[in-house]
Write a protein that binds this ligand. Structure first.
Ligand SMILES: Nc1ncnc2c1ncn2[C@@H]1O[C@H](COP(=O)(O)OP(=O)(O)O)[C@@H](O)[C@H]1O
Ligand SMILES: [Mg+2]
Length: 143
């Protein structure tokens, strides 16, 4: 699967996230990439909402991962912005989430690219042609 959504609005990006969320199963991983302010957190929050997470989802920047258990599947929200050189021990901890019973969404997944399983759904968000638009590429499988 390799789909491109060009110059979509924020509500459209949220709707895309919600549609993708419908197909997620235990162990699904969303690898989110894109510059600061691209919309990775917006996307992750929309996934959480679609999974039925009722808690407020806040950016896990200083904790690396936050867990939410109130949805139809556990939701693990990672933000690995701060990670420059992945630490093997830390990554082994991450793997327990990735292969666990929930859905992982990883912001700045490119920072730990070698540790993201090939089975991940990659979502790359770039700025669009107008300030409030984004171009999103969703891809699955080996590229
Ligand atoms: N089309 C769009 N899709 C997603 N976010 C958008 C869009 N247009 C404007 N925005 C804004 O861009 C910002 C994205 O922020 P955020 O999701 O925190 O980015 P990131 O996590 O990638 O750093 C939000 O303030 C959001 O309201
Ligand atoms: Mg973010």
């Amino acid at each position: 699967m390799n789909e491109t959504y060009t110059n979509i609005t924020e509500p459209e990006l949220r709707a895309l996230a919600a549609r993708i969320a419908e197909g997620l199963t235990p162990g699904s991983i969303l690898a989110l990439t894109g510059d600061l302010g691209a919309g990775k957190t917006v996307f992750a929050k929309a996934v959480a909402a679609a999974l039925g997470v009722t808690e407020t989802v806040t950016s896990p920047t200083f904790t690396l991962v936050k867990e939410y258990e109130s949805g139809r599947l556990p939701f693990y929200h990672f933000d690995v912005y701060r990670i420059e050189a992945p630490d093997e021990t830390e990554m082994a901890g991450f793997a327990e989430y990735f292969f666990g019973g929930g859905v992982s969404a990883v912001e700045w997944a490119n920072n730990i690219a070698g540790f993201i399983p090939d089975s991940a759904i990659r979502v790359d968000i770039a700025y669009g042609d107008a300030p409030d638009t984004r171009t999103v590429i969703v891809s699955e499988g080996l590229c």
